[in-house]
Design a binder for this molecule. Structure first.
Ligand code: PLP
Length: 398
C-alpha cells in the first residue's frame, strides 16, 4: 500500500492557516467524528435508549475497537481492550505483572518516563505494602539495570519530552532473559511509529487514543495483554464488566478468560463512537509509510532550525532508530518562545523545565508546513519577539 497523505489530510478539520504540531498531545478533529457522535447520540441513545447496549453493539465496542487498535500496534486479534484512562491501565498492567512474579519486588523504570506512570507505580507499591520498590534509572542505563531482582520493566517506548525511542525488542528480550515481564507504555508510539508487540514478545502494553489516534479529549485508553497471560493475570480492579458473566450478577468475582478481564465499568460510549470514526482514517494508512514520512519531516525540521537558531539545543536523538515522531529543543526561555509561536499560528507545546516540543504527524503535516514553522521560529528567535510580558505569563496547561 502507498499511503496518500494528501487524501488523509483532507480527512481532518484543522483551522485554515494553522500549523498544528501538537498531535502528540491532542490529535486534531477528524471530519467524520461529529457526524458519528451525533448518530450515536440521536439514533442510538435518543431512539434506541437502553436497547442500544445490545442492538447498537455498545457492549462489544471495547473489544471491537480493541481489534482496530491492535492492527496499528502489531497485536494479536482479541488481545486489546479499551476503557478508563492510561493512568488506570498502567496501574492494572503493572499490578498484573507483580502478581505474576510474586517472588520479585522491583519495578524498573527510567527518569524519562511520564510522571503519572511513576506515580501510579509508586502508589501501587505503597498500597501493596509488601516491600515493592520502584527503581528509576537513566534511560541509557535501563538495559544494564535489568537483573534477576526485577519483576517488571515499566517503560514508555518514546520519551514524552525528548522523543528518544527505546529498543522494544531488545529490552523485552533482556527482561525475559532475566525472568522479568515487560510492560510498554505506547502513549507516544501508537499511530506515531510502527509497533510490533507480538513480534517483540511484550507481556503488557497500554496507551491513549487522544494523541496520535485523534479520538478527542477524554477518549479511552487501550490495554494489551499477551494471549499467553490473558486467562491467568489478575486484573487488580475487579469491576463487573471484567467479569466472565456480568449479567449473571454473581456474588463473587470471576474474571473473563480473556483480555476482557481488564475492563472495569461502563464504557464511555460517546467517546468510543468518536474513536471508531477516528480509526477510519487509518484504514488507508500503512505504518511503514508513516514512519518514512515522519523521519523525513523531523529530519528537515531539525536541519532548518539548527541552521537558523544557534541558541536552541536539540534534545531529540539524530539517530533514526532512537527517534519517535517529535522534535524537541531546549532553551531557558522555552515557555515564552512557544507562546510567541502559538500567537503566530504555530502550535507546539512546552514541557518543564525548558523544552519546546513539536509533534510531526504525516497524516496532516507536510513539508511545506515544516518549512514555514521553522521560518517563523527563526524569525521569533532573531527578533526576540518572544520577550514580551504576555508571553511570559504561565497558563495552567503548558
Ligand atoms: C499522555 C501520557 C499519559 C496520560 O495519562 P492519562 O491517564 O490519559 O491522563 C500517561 N503516560 C504517558 C507516557 C503519556 O505520555
Amino acid at each position: 500500500m502507498q499511503t496518500d497523505f494528501t487524501a488523509t489530510r483532507a480527512l481532518f478539520d484543522i483551522p485554515e492557516g494553522l500549523i498544528y504540531l501538537d498531535g502528540n498531545s491532542l490529535g486534531p478533529l477528524p471530519r467524520a467524528v461529529p457526524g458519528r457522535v451525533a448518530q450515536a447520540m440521536q439514533a442510538e441513545w435518543g431512539q434506541m435508549l437502553i436497547t442500544a447496549w445490545n442492538n447498537a453493539g455498545w457492549m462489544e465496542q471495547p473489544a471491537r475497537l480493541g481489534d482496530r487498535v491492535a492492527r496499528l500496534i502489531g497485536a494479536e486479534p482479541g488481545s486489546v481492550t479499551l476503557g478508563d484512562t492510561l493512568s488506570i491501565k498502567v496501574f492494572q498492567a503493572v499490578s498484573a505483572a507483580l502478581q505474576a512474579r510474586p517472588e520479585r519486588k522491583v519495578i524498573l523504570s527510567d527518569n524519562g518516563n511520564f510522571p503519572t506512570d511513576l506515580y501510579m507505580a509508586q502508589g501501587l507499591a505503597d498500597l501493596l505494602a509488601t516491600g515493592h520498590e520502584l527503581r528509576i534509572v537513566a534511560p541509557e542505563a535501563v538495559e544494564e539495570a535489568i537483573d534477576e531482582t526485577i519483576a517488571v520493566t515499566m517503560l514508555t517506548e518514546v520519551d514524552y519530552r525528548t522523543g528518544r525511542k527505546h529498543d522494544m525488542k531488545r529490552l523485552t528480550a533482556k527482561a525475559h532473559a532475566a525472568g522479568a515481564l515487560a510492560f510498554w507504555d505506547l502513549a507516544h508510539s501508537a499511530g506515531a511509529v510502527p509497533v510490533a508487540l507480538a513480534e517483540c514478545g511484550a507481556d503488557f502494553a497500554a496507551g491513549c487514543t487522544y494523541k496520535y489516534l485523534n479520538a478527542g479529549p477524554g477518549a479511552p485508553a487501550f490495554i494489551y495483554v499477551a494471549p499467553r497471560h490473558a486467562a491467568t493475570v489478575q486484573p487488580a480492579l475487579c469491576g463487573w464488566l471484567g467479569h466472565d458473566a456480568p449479567f449473571a450478577f454473581e456474588q463473587g468475582y470471576r474474571p473473563a478468560p480473556s483480555t476482557e478481564r481488564m475492563r472495569v465499568g461502563t464504557p464511555p460510549v460517546l467517546q468510543m463512537a468518536a474513536l471508531d470514526a477516528a480509526l477510519d482514517v487509518w484504514d488507508s494508512v500503512d505504518m511503514a509509510d508513516i514512519r518514512k514520512q515522519s523521519l523525513a519531516l523531523t529530519d528537515r525540521f531539525i536541519a532548518e532550525v539548527e541552521a537558523a537558531c544557534p541558541d536552541l539545543t536539540l534534545v531529540t536523538p539524530r539517530d533514526h532508530a532512537s527517534r519517535g515522531s517529535q522534535v524537541s529543543f531546549a532553551h531557558p526561555e522555552g515557555y515564552a518562545i512557544m507562546q510567541a509561536l502559538i500567537a503566530r499560528g504555530v502550535i507546539g507545546d512546552f514541557r518543564a523545565p525548558d523544552i519546546l516540543r513539536f509533534g510531526f504527524t504525516p497524516l496532516y503535516i507536510g513539508m511545506d508546513e515544516v518549512e514555514r514553522a521553522a521560518a517563523i521560529l527563526a524569525e521569533i528567535m532573531a527578533t526576540r519577539a518572544w520577550d514580551r510580558p504576555e508571553f511570559h505569563a504561565r497558563a495552567r496547561v503548558t
